[in-house]
Design a protein around this ligand. Structure first.
Ligand SMILES: [Zn+2]
Length: 123
């Protein structure tokens, strides 16, 4: 039972119950917003299924092979010069009308009001 006073437990004394409490604390922290994310695990699972379904359609209807997909994924990964499994966020592009930098993801220029058409995968 806790008296509210933090007393660190030495690593050599920690047992499985201590480790389980740490994991539970981490879950509580995440649930309370300690880790911010708008994407939930069911969202990610659904996206995996949709991606696989779309890929299977492309293979069946258009004859693409898994090697085509692997090559394209690698090409996208290498756009920043590093094969690291990440897509590096690109710098904000300039406004086509006034040339000032468009601010993070906004389709409308904050300076001149011009509407910018951005690529569907720009982040
Ligand atoms: Zn502008």
């Amino acid at each position: 039972m806790s008296d509210g006073v933090f007393r660190p437990v030495p690593e050599w004394y920690r047992d499985d119950k201590d480790k389980l409490r740490d994991a539970e604390d981490a879950e509580v922290c995440a649930a309370r917003g300690g880790i911010q994310s708008d994407v939930t695990r069911p969202d990610v699972e659904k996206l995996f299924m949709i991606t696989e379904a779309l890929w299977n359609i492309l293979k069946e209807k258009h004859g693409y092979a898994d090697e085509d997909l692997a090559r394209m994924v690698q090409d996208i990964d290498l756009r920043d010069g590093k094969l690291d499994g990440k897509v590096t966020r690109q710098a904000n592009p300039p406004c086509a009308q006034c040339g000032r930098t468009l601010m993070g993801g906004h389709p409308v220029c904050l300076y001149c009001g011009a509407v910018s058409v951005r690529g569907p995968f720009e982040r």
